[in-house]
Design a binder for this molecule. Structure first.
Ligand SMILES: Nc1ncnc2c1ncn2[C@@H]1O[C@H](COP(=O)(O)OP(=O)(O)OP(=O)(O)O)[C@@H](O)[C@H]1O
Ligand SMILES: [Mg+2]
Length: 214
């Protein structure tokens, strides 16, 4: 049984937040009052630090009507063509009051087409974000690439939050709880040492939790 699947947070309230205090307080504020969510947010940090998980749970929490969420990721290839598709969808759906989310998972700006995409994103912000209730939620492993686009012009539009690592006590609590439910015999100290070994990769730590007993 894939433990990551089994223990995937059921709601935003079950998500482990990043250790960064500013990020924690911002995220908690948006959860409490979704009207405070900025038009463009970017979660950045290394692999497996909960960016996608938090974004998905937050979007779920927004309880958008069908058709008011579009999800795009690196597999589709961030390019001018994708940007045109996004804009067409925005124009089709746009509605003055209804919140509409465009989720850009694993954003990059390495190749010329990706850089082009990020530049175009800035134009979309300028055209739509002031007038409509549209929100871009993005994650990336490569903040320096996004920051370099157009000398920071798209970066400056984002509210940028670091997901460098999870809060350690929260992770140890979660792993202890999973171990207990799975009948894995391990003390809190064992789990604390185990997390030190896996830090900051929670996905891997959950996946290998069975090994703790061996
Ligand atoms: N309560 C929880 N809060 C956050 N993450 C959890 C929780 N429980 C389990 N996880 C797991 O932690 C992992 C977090 O990985 P996630 O894919 O969200 O990271 P990421 O930052 O998007 O990584 P990448 O940069 O590789 O895309 C997931 O496998 C998720 O299932
Ligand atoms: Mg991710």
């Amino acid at each position: 049984m894939d433990l990551n699947k089994k223990y995937y947070p059921q709601s935003v309230h079950e998500c482990i937040l990043p250790s960064d205090l500013k990020a924690r307080s911002r995220l908690a504020r948006w959860v409490k009052d979704p009207s405070k969510l900025p038009n463009m947010v970017l979660f950045y940090g290394p692999k497996g630090t909960g960016k996608t998980t938090f974004a998905e749970c937050l979007i779920d929490h927004l309880d958008l009507p069908k058709g008011y969420l579009d999800r795009w990721d690196a597999k589709g290839g961030f390019s001018r063509k994708m940007l045109d598709t996004i804009e067409t969808r925005i124009r089709y759906r746009i509605d003055k009051d209804q919140k509409y989310v465009v989720f850009l998972d694993e954003l990059k700006a390495e190749t010329p087409t990706e850089i082009d995409f990020c530049e175009g994103l800035r134009s979309l912000y300028n055209i739509y974000c002031g007038k409509f209730n549209i929100h871009f939620i993005a994650t990336t492993n490569y903040p320096e690439q996004i920051r370099a686009v157009g000398k920071g012009s798209v970066w400056d539009r984002f509210t940028v939050l670091p997901f460098e690592s999870f809060d350690a006590q929260d992770v140890i609590g979660l792993l202890t709880n999973i171990a207990k439910q799975e009948g894995i015999l391990a003390s809190r100290d064992d789990i604390s040492d185990y997390w030190e070994e896996y830090f900051p990769k929670l996905r891997l730590a959950i996946k290998d939790l069975d090994d703790l007993e061996e």
